[in-house]
Design a protein around this ligand. Structure first.
Ligand SMILES: Cc1cc2nc3c(=O)[nH]c(=O)nc-3n(C[C@H](O)[C@H](O)[C@H](O)COP(=O)(O)OP(=O)(O)OC[C@H]3O[C@@H](n4cnc5c(N)ncnc54)[C@H](O)[C@@H]3O)c2cc1C
Length: 453
């Protein structure tokens, strides 16, 4: 099919950045064609069909915080924000095996979490005071960075900031490490002071409810695929799934895109909303800036390991359990969610962020480790076996927000006004998250709207 000249913009890549760009451009009256290689939209934040259970399973549980404002705007535009449930209480399995719950009280920020933190075995007033020092150091480091001062040192790690604030080992392990792993997908030693400071400011200081995690109650593919396509079609735009784009060329004032099946689409402009590893292979010659062309060599990938476990019995677990100091960072009890596609028993999913040694182990070894942590969360010594399991290792889930990383993250503008790039790896000032991707999609749409005027 040749639909030359029909579209104003082709968006290649239906991850969160591509969806955001497509939705914003079509809302601004541009006719958009969104092309996605896979059978579902959402990209890394999507699902696959598990052949054994015949259900859609997220590659990995995704969570969001209330500071994810641009991602929230996207969910509202798609009319799916009611599928996100924010958890007021988060269960903790502490390093000594005891359990505790994190929730806010009526005290003002940052004291709102104080009573529940003091109830956690292993944490005392000395630890809390050290977190307070860290929050102050983080705030002043962010202020200095905003003011462009050298004191907001781009080259220092968050570990440096923790040492400067004399963060105690217990506070580090129980309070700070889980936050940094979840927000930055890398260990404290590898994360820059700026991104670490952002994570703890956003997760603790941003408001009384900032600590709450938002959990989708439906598979991510369901959250994004049909709602995006329906919205685009209502705006006179469209989307094609299972469309593997293999070439792009500049055609004087516009662009022509071809997929592996030989179909082609033409438009006045194009958003390349691709992972940075694919970008160089697909972008037409001389379109990318040197920074865009070299980004894949500069960013350091970081893994996420997820295990999906099905049990034929109901496991007594809350919706989310945080496991500081253990190989498994989070356990999510998905069967708690209404609409969960699980007729009986429990569907559990676990997440470990930024742990390269775990990601290098075999699936069966990872399963053993995860089951050991799950057993501890259940408070049982009896061995538990799932009736079915899947271990997903995403070795390049995100990139490490390391010191100096912003120097390598390019803007969305390319060397030609009719091409822009989008992705969580662009210069959003955010770690690689759905929020970062949504912000990048917004910038890409704004850049094209300015140049297509
Ligand atoms: C396991 C895991 C867990 C995560 N957990 C969280 C979390 O809890 N919270 C959070 O905020 N973030 C999380 N993230 C990060 C988040 O998923 C990403 O930052 C975000 O989804 C990236 O979106 P994107 O649009 O930049 O890129 P992508 O999602 O990579 O989108 C790129 C799209 O381009 C498509 N594509 C590639 N090649 C072609 C081609 N030739 N033709 C057509 N289409 C093509 C891909 O299929 C994909 O859909 C996680 C990531 C992973 C991997």
């Amino acid at each position: 099919m040749n639909a030359a000249g029909v579209f104003d913009v082709i968006v290649v890549g239906g991850g969160v950045s591509g969806i955001t760009a497509a939705v914003r451009l079509s809302a601004a009256g541009r006719r958009v064609m969104l092309l996605e290689k896979r059978a579902y939209l959402g990209g890394r934040a999507s699902s696959f069909l598990d052949q054994h259970t015949h259900t859609l399973i997220d590659h990995s549980q995704h969570v969001m915080l209330e500071c994810c404002t641009e991602f929230d705007t996207l969910l509202r535009a798609l009319n799916v924000s009611h599928h996100i449930r924010y958890l007021d209480q988060i269960r903790y399995l502490l390093p000594d095996g005891s359990q505790a719950a994190l929730s806010a009280c009526a005290l003002p920020v940052p004291y709102h979490l104080l009573p529940s933190l003091l109830m956690m075995r292993g944490l005392g007033m000395r630890d809390i005071l050290s977190v307070n020092r860290l929050l102050k150091a983080a705030r002043s480091s962010l202020d200095l960075a905003e003011a462009g001062s050298a004191g907001g040192n781009e080259e220092s790690t968050f570990d440096d900031l923790c040492r400067q604030a004399r963060l105690t080992p217990s506070a580090r392990r129980i309070i700070v490490e889980p936050l940094i792993f979840s927000a930055c997908n890398a260990p404290i030693e590898e994360v820059s002071a700026k991104y670490g400071a952002m994570a703890i400011s956003d997760g603790i200081m941003a408001g009384r409810r900032a600590y709450r995690i938002g959990v989708p109650r439906v598979p991510l593919a369901e959250l994004f695929t049909d709602p995006t396509i329906e919205l685009l079609r209502r705006n006179g735009s469209d989307a094609r799934l299972q469309t593997n784009v293999v070439s792009m060329e500049r055609t004087g004032p516009g662009v022509r895109v071809r997929d592996i099946a030989g179909r082609s689409w033409a438009a006045n402009a194009c958003v390349l909303a691709l992972p940075y590893g694919r970008l160089v292979r697909l972008a037409p010659d001389r379109v990318l800036t040197s920074q865009q062309a070299s980004v894949a060599e500069r960013l350091v990938p970081s893994p996420i390991v997820a295990a999906h476990l099905w049990f034929d019995e109901d496991l007594r677990l809350p919706e989310a359990t945080c496991l500081p100091g253990r190989a498994t960072h989070w356990i999510f009890h998905r069967t708690c969610a209404p609409n969960a596609h699980c007729a009986a028993g429990s569907y559990i999913t676990t997440v470990t962020s930024g742990d390269r040694s775990l990601a290098s182990l075999s699936g069966s070894r990872i399963l053993e480790i995860v089951l050991r942590d799950l057993q501890a969360a259940l408070g049982t010594t009896m061995s538990i076996r799932p009736v079915h399991h899947r271990v997903v290792r995403e070795r390049s889930a995100t990139f490490v927000p390391a010191p100096g990383v912003d120097r390598f993250r390019p803007a969305v503008h390319t060397r030609y006004p009719e091409f822009v790039v989008a992705g969580d790896w662009t210069d959003t000032g955010w770690p690689a998250t759905m929020e970062g991707a949504a912000r990048s999609g917004r910038s890409a749409a704004a850049a094209l709207l300015a140049s297509l005027r």
